[in-house]
Design a protein around this ligand. Structure first.
Ligand SMILES: Nc1ncnc2c1ncn2[C@@H]1O[C@H](COP(=O)(O)OP(=O)(O)OP(=O)(O)O)[C@@H](O)[C@H]1O
Ligand SMILES: [Mg+2]
Length: 486
């Protein structure tokens, strides 16, 4: 407490005690009557003055502070309490104002981030449809056994690039909209790979080389893969930021390994940047600790540590690294060795093995999608595979096809369509022709459906998110018809 307040309080207490003693003496007749009158009059004057001073110095600022806290608790982050004095209460008030300002800035930032997420899911929808059109046309051409080798190569590159773009989009959206927590057994190598994928566009721009060893025998851990990916992306982003401030060679090294006891699974992210600035090191994992000014919220490491702790692990800065910075994430291992992963080159995962020709032989499919550029190649591909196809541009047109007597074994319907969308179509069938409703598979361009959002009306396990590879679509149809038959 500052000196002035302490002196004031001591003076009031001593004065009150002295006055009390004098009053007692006066009342018991131990003081002369003139002195007693003086004491009582002095007390009557001084006590209100003392109370007035106390009120000004304590009650009023405390009341203002309490009102400010109430407003902030009600969500008003524009609150500011005036600081009138340079004493302890003034200090507390100034800190309160500072805290509210920081909260306000962060809330604005979070708001912008949330808005960007919303925007991104809208954009994803718009981009996914053309991507699927591109991929479908390429796949349709590839299904032609007589395609000359040169064109086959070209079509394969088109398909791969479309798949790459789709994968990036999915990753971004998964990241922005990591929804409710879902703990599963997770292979941290997969998490690290998809995190690297997300930031990899910066490697060539910033001349950064990515190195390291992901142990293929890494035991699994238990956690939420999306949240763990968020942790690794935060560490990678920090490393990339740090690397940009030094001259090449810029090295980013990511390793995964079990610790000596085998009880923990570790991932380290190392860079040869300038290292963590000494002034921030003690507060590194506290909220709002940042050296990046308006470019950083200072929440990355704080949130990351919370997420790792949620999975019973720990995130720390490794001390005594010669140069640069190294962060270590460890999680308790689930004690199940993961089968050796195949070498994960992007190409290796791209194309599913071609199904033998005519796998859809005799299967009747009703295709319902308003985007002709998607519907047409899909229809042609499935026809080539032996299916009998009817097309419709929306739910109403599909109902007309059904009324004409077409009895599909599978109905593929886009969720977003004009006039009657996929969910309405499904509800209509459930009411009028429940057996057909069971034959519906849904297509969705809205990636957020992956997380099950907005899917109250349709069965989630029957939604395929665009862009869907035609070969995969074919396999889904075959499996679906088989299940229905069983
Ligand atoms: N690899 C690194 N090398 C050097 N300094 C680092 C590194 N990683 C983190 N830091 C320091 O730690 C601070 C806090 O990092 P943190 O990720 O919490 O916030 P931020 O990166 O500033 O902002 P954001 O919320 O956008 O992530 C950074 O501002 C930086 O000074
Ligand atoms: Mg950061």
């Amino acid at each position: 407490m500052t000196k002035s307040l302490r002196v004031l309080m001591a003076a009031v207490v001593i004065a009150a005690m002295a006055y009390g003693a004098a009053l007692t003496l006066a009342l018991t007749g131990n003081l002369g009557s003139a002195t007693a009158i003086v004491v009582v009059v002095a007390g009557a004057v001084l006590l209100p003055v003392a109370l007035f001073i106390l009120r000004r110095r304590f009650w009023s600022p405390l009341g203002a502070l309490r009102e400010g806290i109430r407003q902030v608790a009600d969500g008003d982050l524009t609150t500011e309490v005036s600081v009138s004095r340079d004493d302890e209460l003034g200090n507390i008030t100034a800190h309160f104002n500072q805290m509210t300002r920081v909260l306000r800035d962060r809330a604005e930032e979070q708001g912008r981030f949330a808005a960007a997420g919303e925007l991104l899911s809208g954009v994803a929808h718009e981009v996914n449809n053309p991507l699927m059109a591109i991929a479908s046309h390429a796949e349709l051409r590839l299904a032609d056994a007589n395609l000359p080798a040169e064109q086959r190569n070209e079509m394969q590159s088109i398909l791969r690039q479309a798949q790459r773009a789709a994968k990036l989009l999915r990753g971004l959206l998964r990241f922005v909209r990591a929804g409710e927590k879902r703990s599963t057994t997770v292979n941290l190598n997969d998490v690290v790979r998809s995190a690297i994928d997300l930031v990899s566009y910066r490697f060539s721009i910033d001349e950064i080389s990515i190195e390291g060893q992901l142990d293929p025998e890494l035991p699994t851990v238990v956690g939420d893969a999306n949240r763990l990916e968020q942790v690794i992306v935060n560490l990678l982003s920090n490393a990339l930021d740090a690397l940009r401030s030094v001259n090449p060679p810029r090295r980013l090294i990511v390793d995964s390994f079990p610790d000596d006891t085998g009880g923990r699974v570790c991932v380290t992210v190392t860079d040869n940047g300038p290292g963590v600035a000494p002034e921030i090191a003690p507060r590194l994992f506290r909220p709002f600790a940042s050296t990046k000014g308006v470019r950083g919220t200072g929440l990355g490491l704080y949130i990351s540590r919370q997420l790792v702790r949620e999975a019973q692990g720990e995130l720390d800065l490794v001390k005594h690294v010669q140069s640069g910075a190294r962060f270590l994430v460890w999680l308790p291992s689930a004690r199940q060795p993961v089968p050796r992963a195949p070498a994960a080159t992007p190409q290796a995962t791209s194309l599913p093995p071609p199904a033998p020709a005519g796998t859809l032989s005799g299967i009747r499919v009703l295709l319902v999608d308003d985007e002709e550029l998607i519907r047409r190649p899909m229809a042609r591909f499935l026809t080539k595979r032996g299916a009998e196809i009817k097309e419709a541009a929306d739910g109403l047109a599909a109902l007309e096809r059904l009324a004409e007597g077409f009895e599909p074994q599978v109905i593929l319907a886009d969720l977003r369509m004009p006039r009657m969308d996929g969910a309405e179509f499904y509800q209509h069938l459930q009411a009028q022709r429940p057996a057909l409703a069971e034959r519906l598979l849904f297509l969705s361009g809205d990636i957020t459906h992956l997380a099950g959002r907005g899917l109250a009306e349709v069965p989630r396990d029957r939604v395929l998110v665009k862009p869907v590879e035609l070969a995969e679509l074919e396999q889904r149809i075959v499996a679906f018809v088989r299940e229905e038959a069983a």
